[in-house]
Ligand binder design. Structure first.
Ligand code: EPU
Length: 430
């Protein structure tokens, strides 16, 4: 088993570089299926979710070439219409983007139901409703989603999202770019990665207007052609490092970010006692005064992101007074609370509300990451705690954070990876 061992209680100082956005990359890479020719995609984060998506593309017959650490070239011109392998699809939530992309390219798709972090129910009814309104017959049987467009191709229409869904908005965009006629998505999600997917598709010849607002219009085009595109920086990775400095104190320059995307996070960290200076493509975060309590409700963009909720909870555990967190997106995103309690945190959860009573200090403990952002939050708690924290199940963290141990060590954290002998032996045998 691989663990992170952290000796906490040290403020962070220095500079850290943010990678490309996970939730943009996992949609843009499958979107290459829609393109006739070579797509060169830059600023691709080196994380295990991206590796999985690239493996799926290769299994489908795409030619995937790694140009350098952050650049891939993908050519899907000769791809066949095959089922997305069950074993790969169920490991990752974003495998659902292959449904929209394959419906757009072939007029049919077969993909196993997606996996991903467990936050209670994660339905995909809005995706299915969108595809059905564009003329697809969608059936879910034996854990497989099968979709078939009547007449062999998707037809543009108006799709109303009953709630703001990132995945359903992007999936309908993918199914619509090569469809006959115009598709209008109403009550669309507005996250930065939605705009990034639209910019990628437009740069390859699509006609998408309004991404970033709640009405997106997609005029179907006959084909897309190859080109180059660079993925935006990861808003949540940047926010995680901002929260880490807020928890530990210190001063860190967080580079390669779009400060505008961070405003919803900055506002709350400032209320908690951090100082944040916005530069062109960086933010300087420092915290020298005591942490203060606040209340936070997570909401779709431009609200405070649910994907930052566990990380700010780590800060609030050390803030003076009582803070109230309200989870406004997922049914159950507090599974990490028991692990925080092992470190001395005082948190009560009732449904979507967590009440955090700040304590003067957290104490290192052996804890387990139960999902990606919960894992990142335990890292932050460990960095701020007195003593040694050992985090297991770090594979969850590595799904979405490139080189987190190296990046944190670079800003003065005492964190190392420990691989237990069992795993070393298994690796030698395997
Ligand atoms: N929803 C439905 N029906 C649907 C789709 C969504 O009821 O068909 C509901 C969900 O249950 C949830 C809400 O709508 O209550 C929002 O879900 P959304 O579809 O926006 O989430 P998602 O696309 O599955 C993405 C990110 C998540 C992030 C959410 C919200 C990816 C691969 N995942 O999930 O990221 O929490 O948007 O911003 O883009 C993470 O990175 O740690 C992560 C979990």
């Amino acid at each position: 088993m691989t663990k992170y061992v952290i000796r906490g209680g040290k403020p962070l100082y220095g500079a850290v570089e943010i990678s490309g956005a996970k939730n943009a990359a996992v949609a843009i890479l499958p979107a290459a299926l829609l393109v006739d020719g070579v797509c060169r995609i830059e600023n691709v984060p080196q994380i295990s979710d991206v590796t999985l998506i690239l493996n799926i593309l290769q299994e489908l017959g795409a030619d995937v070439r790694t140009i350098n650490r952050t650049t891939v070239e993908i050519d899907c011109s000769h791809i066949r219409n095959a089922m997305v392998p069950d074993a790969l699809a169920r490991k990752i939530r974003a495998s659902y983007y292959f449904i929209g992309a394959m419906l757009g390219r072939f007029g049919s798709a077969q993909v196993a139901l997606p996996g991903g972090c467990d936050f209670g129910g994660r339905p995909i009814d809005l995706h299915i409703k969108g595809f059905a309104s564009m003329g697809a017959d969608v059936d879910v049987k034996g854990g497989i989603i099968s979709a078939q467009a009547a007449g062999g191709h998707m037809v543009g229409t108006t799709v109303y999202m009953d709630m703001s869904s990132v995945g359903a908005t992007m999936n309908v965009m993918l199914a619509a770019v090569l469809a006959e006629g115009t598709t209008v998505i109403e009550n669309a999600a507005k996250e930065p990665h939605i705009v990034d997917l639209a910019n990628f598709l437009n740069s390859m010849g699509a006609s998408i207007m309004g991404a970033g607002t709640d009405v997106i219009k997609i005029r179907g085009v006959a084909s897309l052609s190859g080109g180059s595109y660079s993925i935006i920086p990861d808003q949540i990775e940047a926010g995680t490092y901002m929260a880490a400095v807020t928890a530990t104190g210190g001063e860190v320059l967080i580079k390669n970010v779009i400060p505008k995307h961070l405003e919803c996070i900055t506002a709350k960290l400032v209320e908690m006692g951090a100082e944040v200076e916005e530069l062109d493509d960086a933010v300087l975060v420092r915290r020298s005064r005591p942490l203060e309590r606040t209340n936070i409700k997570t909401l779709p963009y431009p609200g405070f992101p649910t994907d930052m909720q566990p990380q700010v909870a780590a800060c609030l555990c050390l803030a003076q007074g009582t803070s109230v967190l309200t989870e406004g997106v997922w049914d159950n995103r507090y599974r990490y609370v028991d692990e925080f309690r092992r470190m001395g945190a005082q948190i009560q959860v009732d449904g979507k509300i967590a009440v955090i009573e700040g304590v003067p200090q957290l104490t290192g403990a052996a804890v387990e990451a139960c999902d990606l952002r919960a894992g990142a939050a335990l890292v932050i708690a460990g960095l701020a705690a007195q003593g040694t924290t050992e985090i297991s199940q770090v594979r969850h963290i590595e799904r979405g954070y490139e080189d987190i141990v190296r990046k944190l060590s670079g800003i003065g954290a005492d964190i190392r990876v420990v691989v237990t002998p069992d795993e070393v032996k298994a690796a030698q045998v395997g």
